[in-house]
Design a protein around this ligand. Structure first.
Ligand code: AMP
Length: 303
């Protein structure tokens, strides 16, 4: 399947998404892949397939180029039999419905999808910087300036989702990618949910990032993402999540008690923001819209 091709800057508009003076280009570029669709269904023959970018639970992700527009994308190829075996068709359908409708510079675009007998193909924005998790593990932790930029951008992207009544519910470094200008991209909406009216009480997400209300099986709402943002900020600055423990029940206990300990050396204003995000009572958590104005963010974005 992999044929490999050289990317040509002149032919690959997706190479510089969102560069400063290219808003107009970006609009043209964005419309180019959508315009080339022209109302028809996408199929595999519309794309040249390049190198594999990574492997996920249900298939592989390839670099690909839409033949007509020359637009570079990431093509996620999922195997139907594996999806059925794991019983996650509903989850995938929801992921597609939600991600296709989101337009935010810190949320990975999904341009569309198609399928054949054996596979489902997701046409995604190509994130040139790769996985944030890999960057974090190689560096150990991020400095305050980078962390503040990421946290501020995440808060704004999550606020955008919440305004559309979408809760992400699975914020963690593994679900974040880095764009061509170093910007953070929320990439995985597999656990996200439309929350038009009712509160949900499904237990999902990754252990270390679960809020007390989910650990305790209580109802939850969009404030779960605020908690996860606090866990993420702690992990960015410290290098490991705050409630890490041996075994699930020990982790649950630490989360439920909000057993928050800071290593030496963290600034007072960073600890203040983490504490304000990691409030046990969801209603007492800082609002996402207040995050960009917190002194820690302002101090680090200024410098
Ligand atoms: P996933 O199945 O979403 O977990 O993706 C598997 C791996 O493919 C990820 O860990 C990334 O390394 C890579 N990948 C997925 N989507 C993209 C993308 N849009 N741009 C670049 N790399 C990606």
């Amino acid at each position: 399947m992999t044929t490999g091709f050289k990317r040509n800057a002149a032919q690959s508009p997706a190479r510089h998404p969102l560069s400063e003076n290219q808003t107009e280009n970006k609009n043209m570029e964005q419309s180019s892949i959508e315009a080339s669709k022209n109302g028809k269904q996408w199929c595999l023959n519309d794309f040249e397939i390049g190198k594999p970018l990574g492997r996920g639970k249900f298939g592989k992700v390839y670099l690909a180029r839409e033949k007509k527009s020359k637009y570079i994308v990431a093509l996620k190829v999922l195997t139907k039999s594996q999806l059925l075996k794991a019983g996650v068709e509903h989850q995938l359908r929801r992921e597609i419905e939600i991600q296709c409708h989101l337009r935010n510079r810190n949320i990975l675009r999904m341009y569309g999808y198609f399928y054949d007998n054996k596979r489902i193909y997701l046409i995604l924005e190509y994130s040139t910087g790769g996985e944030l998790y890999r960057k974090l593990t190689s560096k150990g932790r991020f400095n305050e300036k980078n962390s503040a930029k990421y946290i501020c951008d995440m808060a704004q992207a999550l606020s955008y989702c919440h305004a559309k009544h979408i809760i992400h519910r699975d914020i963690k470094p593994e679900n974040l990618l880095i764009g061509s200008r170093g910007e953070i991209k929320i990439a995985d909406f597999g656990w996200s949910v439309h929350a038009p009216t009712s509160r949900r009480n499904t237990l999902c997400g990754t252990l270390d990032y679960l809020p007390p209300e989910m650990v305790e099986g209580r109802e939850h709402d969009e404030m779960v993402d605020v908690w996860s943002l606090g866990v993420l900020m702690y992990e960015f600055l410290v290098g490991s999540p705050p409630f890490e423990a041996e075994g699930h029940s020990a982790t649950y206990r630490r989360i439920s008690r909000v057993d928050l300990k800071f290593p030496k050396g963290l600034s007072e204003d960073s600890k203040d923001l983490i504490r304000k995000l990691l409030q046990k009572d969801p209603r007492k958590r800082l609002s996402l819209d207040s995050v960009p104005n917190h002194p820690w963010v302002l101090r680090n974005l200024r410098s």
